[in-house]
Design a protein around this ligand. Structure first.
Ligand code: V47
Length: 371
């Protein structure tokens, strides 16, 4: 047994040997990682890998979320954010001017990224997003637009009756700099049928990501866990992401998303436990040997787990966010946004070094005064 790790589960020994010798983990290793009760042993292995990649640095960014609409033709059981087309009066759909005014609130040159996602609105076509991105770039020329998930891109192509490649090219030209990782959920079709039926399926999600990466556009990837999926579903999801990354190299960051059940059709399910949160992060860090960053999304994990996660494989806490709506609609209590000072404090207090990054993970400036 590698002496440097204190492993209670002997099955982690062969994983430790692979990690120390730089060998790739296989599906069986993934299942062990997802199911072991030796959380601290697993965490130590993931932390070893995390420190190999990033040392003591933890990244954060100064960003703002912007959700132009919550009207959505998909009616996913997992979602508390969307309103249906029939109930659209109860939701919101912003004109270009309204969206730009919303973006302008709390936006100054230290905000480097707008994270733009919304519902699948049948009347907002490619033209709307082209105009939105162009106008945002005119008003805030320094800003990076991380916009539209693979599901939204797929929907825009279908609803506008255009080739996917043309949609991506037009939006890229209009200002879409990279894409967020949402909508991946769990790729297993049987699970998808229960949590997000009638939405872009797993293989199409991967196909759209391939098309995005083929154009040199970077994206993130996610996995929604803690609902009806099994540990094997989680492992297979991660392996599918790893396989595509081998091919394209286009994913910058993986974000595990903790399911929030309140106000969804799955509200009978409990919230994720701290054990599942940390184990999912650690298993992902070990399996995804080709994706450089792993985000502990504090909005979904809460501040406390996000702090500990920095010792279970995570190297990024994401951002200031300002106006988060998707998790809050589903009972999220971590907050809508956070100050730079608080983010730096949470990282430093946990024992890591805060590094402000841009969307492409290039370090910017130096950490500022803490509260
Ligand atoms: O696409 C929806 C998920 C995603 C719920 O790429 C839910 O940098 C939990 O993708 N409980 C949006 N999750 C969040 C997201 C994201 C966040 C931060 C950074 C990045 C990035 C991406 O949240 C959705 C969906 O997969 N979601 N409803 C829910 N009830």
């Amino acid at each position: 047994m590698p002496a440097r790790f204190h492993l209670k589960d002997f099955r982690l020994t062969s994983i430790a040997e692979k990690i120390l010798s730089g060998k790739r983990l296989d599906r069986q290793d993934g299942l062990i990682a997802a199911e072991t009760t030796d959380l601290l042993g697993l965490g130590a292995l993931a932390n070893y890998r995390r420190e190999q990649l990033h040392g003591d640095q933890t990244f954060f960014n100064i960003n703002r979320h912007l959700n132009p609409t919550n009207v959505c033709v998909a009616s996913c059981a997992l979602c508390a954010y969307a309103v249906s087309w029939a109930d659209r009066e109860e939701g919101w759909t912003w004109s270009i001017e309204e969206a730009v005014n919303m973006a302008a609130e709390d936006l100054n040159p230290s905000v480097r990224e707008l994270h733009i996602v919304g519902g699948l609105h049948p009347k907002l076509g490619v033209d709307y997003y082209e105009e939105l991105f162009r106008t945002l770039k005119q008003c805030f020329p320094w800003i990076h637009l991380k916009a539209l998930t693979m599901v939204e891109l797929d929907f825009l192509a279908t609803s506008s009756r255009l080739e996917l490649g043309e949609v991506i090219d037009r939006l890229h030209t209009a200002g879409m700099d990279s894409c967020p990782g949402g909508g991946a959920e769990i790729f297993n079709p049987e699970v998808r049928a229960q949590i997000c039926d009638h939405k872009t399926d797993g293989s199409r999600w991967l196909e759209v990501a391939r098309e995005v990466h083929r154009r040199g556009i970077r994206s993130n990837c996610t996995m929604l866990y803690g609902h009806v999926e099994s540990s094997a579903d989680r492992v297979d999801h991660l392996l599918a992401l790893r396989e595509l990354q081998d091919e394209t190299g286009g994913f910058q960051c993986f974000i595990p998303l903790a399911f929030h059940p309140e106000n969804t059709r799955l509200s009978h399910l409990p919230r994720t436990s701290g054990r599942l949160d940390l184990q999912t992060i650690a298993a992902a860090r070990l399996l995804l040997d080709n994706i450089p960053h792993l985000k502990a999304y504090w909005i979904m994990l809460g501040e406390k787990i996000a702090q500990v996660a920095q010792f279970f494989g995570a190297d990024d806490l994401d951002g200031t966010i300002v106006d988060e709506r998707i998790t809050r609609a589903a009972g999220g209590t971590a907050g809508r946004g956070m100050t730079r000072a608080r983010l730096e404090y949470l990282i430093r207090e946990a024992g890591r070094i805060p590094v402000e990054r841009d969307t492409l993970y290039r370090p910017v400036g130096t950490p500022q005064a803490r509260d």
